[in-house]
Design a protein around this ligand. Structure first.
Ligand code: AMP
Ligand code: ZN
Length: 149
């Protein structure tokens, strides 16, 4: 896709520190280096994000991500990694070409902050569950309606 920075790296139109490449994907160092070894795994074909990526391509990328994450942890003597992907601007996606972040972790004071706020006391978990499982929700509603007849 025109004007896509990751397509340009994949097509070798602009340089990238490529650490892995095959027919379907490549992996290169993220410029920001949130922690040392921060790497992006990217399909060669342009997809916006995980919401539209082809499932065979995704499956391949996940396998490559697993292999690279282990390799990066070993080579850099990291203690673990955060593996994540952002979908759409609201989730912090800034480059609209699907990519998976591998962020090696060395200790709790690494320069990355992922904070899962505990909202369990504020929300109605059953209600959320019903909405997520909309088919079940419809079924329960139908059952309630039938019961009230
Ligand atoms: P996201 O916010 O999930 O879309 O992540 C995009 C990432 O791409 C950021 O971490 C950027 O640092 C990184 N990035 C942007 N341009 C380049 C580039 N030319 N080479 C390597 N990484 C890049
Ligand atoms: Zn692209």
């Amino acid at each position: 896709m025109e004007n896509c920075i990751f397509c340009k790296i994949a097509n070798k139109e602009i340089p990238g520190k490529i650490v892995y490449e095959d027919d379907l994907c490549l992996a290169f160092l993220d410029l920001s280096q949130t922690t040392n070894g921060h790497t992006l795994v990217v399909p060669k074909t342009h997809y916006q994000n995980i919401l539209d990526v082809d499932k065979e391509v995704l499956s391949h990328l996940i396998k490559v991500t697993k292999k690279l994450t282990n390799q990066i942890i070993t080579n850099l003597d990291a203690k673990g990694a955060n593996v994540l992907t952002n979908a759409n601007e609201v989730a912090g996606q800034t480059v609209m070409h699907f990519h998976i972040h591998i962020i090696p972790r060395y200790n709790e004071t690494d320069q990355i902050k992922i904070d899962f706020t505990d909202r369990s006391q504020e929300v109605d978990l059953d209600n959320i569950f019903n909405i997520v499982n909309i088919l079940f929700y419809c079924l329960f509603t139908l059952q309630d309606m039938l019961a009230s007849l």
